[in-house]
Structure formats: C-alpha cells, structure tokens
Design a protein around this ligand. Sequence first.
Ligand SMILES: Cc1cc2nc3c(=O)[nH]c(=O)nc-3n(C[C@H](O)[C@H](O)[C@H](O)COP(=O)(O)OP(=O)(O)OC[C@H]3O[C@@H](n4cnc5c(N)ncnc54)[C@H](O)[C@@H]3O)c2cc1C
Length: 646
Amino acid sequence: MTQDPSAKDRALGPDLGMDRPISRRDMLHGAGAGLAAGIVAAVSPAWADADTAAPYPPTLTGLRGSHPGSFETAHALRDGAFWDQARPATDTDGAYDLVVVGAGISGLSAAYFYRQAKPDARILILDNHDDFGGHARRNEFWIKGRLHLMNAGTLEIDSPRPYSAVSAGLLKDLGIAPAALSKACDRPEIYQGLGSGVFFDKETFGTDRVVVGGGAPWEGGGDAESWRRFARLAPLSPKAQADLVRLETGQENYLPGLTSAQKKDRLSRISYLDFLLTLAKVDPSVAAFYQARTHGEWGVGIDAEPALDCWVVGMPGFDGMKLEPGSAPRMGNTAAGYADGGSEKFHFPDGNTTIARLLVRRLVPGVLPETSLEGLVTARADYGALDRAGSPVRIRLSSTVVGARNLGGPAASRGVEIAYAKGGQVYRVHALNCVMAGWNMMIPYLCPDLPEAQKEALHKLVKVPLVYTSVAISNWRAFKALGVQNLYCPGAYFSSVRLNWPVDIGAYAAARSPDEPILLHLTRTPCAPGLVERDQHRAGRAELLATPFETFERNVRDQLGRMLGPSGFDPAADILAITVNRWPHGYAYEYNPLFDPDVPLEQRPHMIGRQRFGRIAIANSDSGAAAYTDSAIDQARRAVDELLAA
Ligand SMILES: Cc1cc2nc3c(=O)[nH]c(=O)nc-3n(C[C@H](O)[C@H](O)[C@H](O)COP(=O)(O)OP(=O)(O)OC[C@H]3O[C@@H](n4cnc5c(N)ncnc54)[C@H](O)[C@@H]3O)c2cc1C
C-alpha cells in the first residue's frame, strides 16, 4: 500500500481523485467543511490548545480523534518544555467540590456517581479535546439532506465479562437495555445475502484479489466446503491452500500427551504465530493470512497474541485439542468463549457516544433535548451550553490539565489545586476532590510528587494506537456486486473495511438500497510485528503522529480502488468525505503473559498505579486494565467511592 506517495506516483498513478476538493461535491451538505478545512492548523505556541471556536465537532472531517491542537500541550509537558513557555497561571471560577480530568465515559460516570452521593456538588470536567466522550465520540455526515452516523471510536456495548452490577446499573439508570434494543433496532436483513470477503494484496500475496468467504469466526466463519472453495480461489500455493483447509476444518491434536490444563498453560505462553508455524506447521503464507485477525481485538498481530486467547475468540486449529472451557489471559474468566461468557451487545449508530451523551444530558441540562433515548440519537448537542456560569456541572473542552497537587500534602490534604492550559493560557482551579479519568500513563507528569513506584507503574500502562476511518460514499453497488458486507485485508494499509452496521432507531434509518449513499468503516492498527507489545504500541503511536492526512486519504482511495474498482467503484467519483479518527492513545493496556511477568493481581501495574493519592483518585478504563466501557464505569465508581470514604 502507498505509505509516502512520491511526485512520480502522483503523475503516473490512476486517478484516485486526490486533487478533488470534496467540499465541492453537491451531494454532501451540512458537514460544515471540506477535507482541507477539517484539518485544524497547529496553534502557536506549539503547546497551546486550540480554542473552542470550532464548528460543530461531530461534523468535522479530516484528522479527528486526537485531532491537531489536542495533544501538543501534553507532549510539551512530557518533554519538559511546557513550563518554560507557559504564561502565568490565572485563578478562575472559585472552588469546586470535584474536578474531573477527562470527559470520557469514565470521567462522565465519575461526575454522575459523585452527584448521586452529593446532589449539590459543583463539578468541573476538563478535557483536552474539542468534543466530549473521550473515545466515545461520533462522526456525523449529512448527505443529500439525510444524517449518517458512525462511531469515531468506542463501537458497541460489549465485554468479555458480564457487566458488573455497577456498570449494568448505570446503563439501566440511563434507560439502555442492550438486549431489547438489539432486538428492536438491529437490521441485519438489509445485508441479507452479503457475506465476508478477503482482499489479498499484491505486496503480500503477489496479486490483488478479492475472494468471497474466509470470514472470521465472529463473522460466521464457514463450513468445510466453503473453506475448500475459498482456499482454491486464494492466491496461495497448493501446499498453503491445503494447510489452510486443514487448519480450518481438521481435528488434529497439536499437543498430544498433555492434559487440557497443560495444553492451555502452554498455549497461554506461545503466540498464535508460533502455534501456527511450530505446532500446526502451516506454510508461512498461511500465517500471513491470519496476521491481522487479532488487530481489532488487541491492537497487535498474531505474533504478539497468546494462542489461548485466539482459541477463545474462535480462531482455527484447536478443534482437535479438546480444551476444557475456562479462563484465558486477555479474556477474563470467559468459560465458554466470548459470545457466551461476555455481556449483552448493542451498537448505537454512533457507538457508545450515546452513553456519553446520556450522561452529559443528566449532568448539564440544556446541552441535549429531553427526548426519548431513540430521539437522542439524531439530536444536535448545544456545545455552547456545556460550560455556562451558574451551572452546577460544567464541561470545559480544549483544556489540558497540566498539574494537580494536594494542598497540605497527600497525607493531610485540604483539597487539590489543578492547573490546566487552554488557548495558550494557564488557569488554576481548586477543588475538594479530584478524579483523574484521563490516560493513566500521563498522571506522573501531572503529579510529579507521586511515589516513584506508582509513577513507574503508571508509565507501564501504554495505550494501544488505532485508527477508525469513516468514509462517505455515494453508493454501495460494488459491495452488492461482490456479495460482501465486510472485507478482511491481512496485508493492506487498512486491515478491515465494512459497510456501516445497519441499525434503525427512532427517526434514524440505515441505508436500504445499494444505490443510496452509505458510510464505510476502515480500521488501521499501527504496530510493529516482532517487538514486545508495549514497544509495538509506542512505534505505532509514533507512526500515527507522523502520518499526514494526505497519506491516509491516498491509502483510502488506493485500497478501495484496488479492492472494489473491478466491481464498479470509482474512488475519484464515489468518495464524498473522509474522517480519520486517529487514536494514538486508544485501548487500555491488557496484561499479556507473553511479555508481562506472572505476578499476583495486586502487583500488576494498573493496581499499583491507581492508588488514591491524598484527595486525588484515579479512574479510566486503564485502571481496570480492560479496554471496555464497563471497566471505564466500574473504575469511576471505585475512584469516587475512595474519595467519599476519605
Ligand atoms: C477505536 C476504539 C474502539 C473501541 N471500541 C470499544 C467497544 O466497542 N466497546 C468497548 O466497551 N470499548 C471500546 N473501546 C475502549 C474504550 O476505551 C472504552 O470503552 C471507554 O470508552 C474508555 O473510556 P475512558 O473514559 O476510560 O477513557 P477515554 O475515552 O480515553 O477518555 C479519557 C479522556 O481524558 C482525556 N484526557 C487525558 N489526559 C487529559 C488531561 N491531562 N487533561 C484533560 N483531559 C485529558 C482524554 O483526551 C480523553 O478524552 C474502544 C476504544 C477505541 C480507542
């Protein structure tokens, strides 16, 4: 795939439409800005936060997620450059009962739980982005007068564990019943007859080819006959084709002579790549076929994923091994596989942003209308109402917290002084209590007087970088012609591409006809196979922050053209808008037995890192070491309880 297009490529390559300003297209209305305008210019000085004078954030295109202007302050603080350039702190607002750092689901839940216990509490929530929700944000596209929604990050209500009483209770309070919503709103029949496909790219497999079938187990997999047909059509050698079929349909026991417990112990300590190459002994091109299958779940390829986790999510090769149900390292105590052992699932058209919006509506009246849950999905938020003087709860965006200290020291804290940067100025607020619900790895820079062991632990919570790209297209006839709704792309720039999940809720309706515009969801997981997991994430983050929008756009156009062009898709004409949701700090780090020592729970970094420090308590899904919404909520509850008990 194209990483860095040269001038020669541009001159000689196919017409991908790179030169066409998308805002000129007649079909896209209401997005507020075209691609170029979506890229917010860096502000001066380099660390200063962009101001909130931006247009309606959910409709912005270009580079979103950790958008330009949201992270420069934090990076200057990390690099020790921030306080040299900072303008003097200004006192603001008077005192709060609680300041929350981070307006993600954890921070919003913390404010909600605190207000439940202390209904009169004055709360300020600070977030460095120009939108609230943290990873739970939404992309809105208005095409031909109709709203199309896509999750910018957090996709669905799901977890490998059942939701706890706390997190299930919060959903219930908010009026969300996932199973009932799924029954009432999911519209899988719209894509009836459309299955999965695989895009084999010529850089990895020698030729560009889409082969229908080959779906992952979580996409319905396939029976023996369909795997044989798929293998025959795949651009693989005859041996590799036979190995693929053996792996998917065979009953071999690759660890004879061991008990189930012994096998599981071994499989938790070798990667799935090792399992394929050394135990199942498949052709290396078969391993290349599976390499990116684990990207979406864990943010690394099969080289860094314990084979036992791959068994739990249904990846092939284990049928003949007679493994007894039980726990797996990254899947909690999932006794019978993800689907059976986990929580109920539901996908709102904007992902879990609806949860964030419901929380905001409860906390700050006037931001969102008092409609039904269904009506909220299409409602427009009034960003001007988030931070009004006189409101007991205020949400202040584009505000990066740069320091927090206990007044009087942690042991006898009288309250917390919090400093934050906004628009090139540093402000100071005081609160009785503070919940850190932002990214835990950043806390040592905010609270330099934390104990060294705690800082060291927090530094280990390296988050997983991911890119979710939303692409508006004028029609999906090419998908219909191919007979697919999603494509797995093991070697390509984007490792998966799918049509927007069809959900009808309230006035919001999924696209019905292939002639209608639709949104595509493309994922990229920047990682560096072969390195230990944390280093893969660090390398991926560096890559993400160095990648300009133009590179993403070119790869969107190039990959869609190569996959779908033979079925009639024209990237120059059919692409209406692109929003790249870049998450250099994405999923919370989850313990990985391939790289982390097997120590008791209380000695794991997230447990050491989340200790209360005076009147500062630590939340975020990071402090549960689980990249799920239930973890974000549960950790908020724990952090608030710690403060209330103190
Ligand atoms: C692409 C993607 C897809 C996901 N899909 C799912 C899914 O399908 N299901 C699921 O359950 N989970 C999913 N997750 C996991 C997701 O992280 C959690 O579900 C949840 O949304 C995390 O909420 P949080 O509040 O803990 O963290 P975040 O959402 O990360 O919120 C923390 C907020 O704090 C802000 N912040 C950090 N430092 C500072 C500072 N110094 N000053 C001010 N603000 C700060 C951050 O910018 C951020 O806005 C996904 C995550 C990503 C990235």
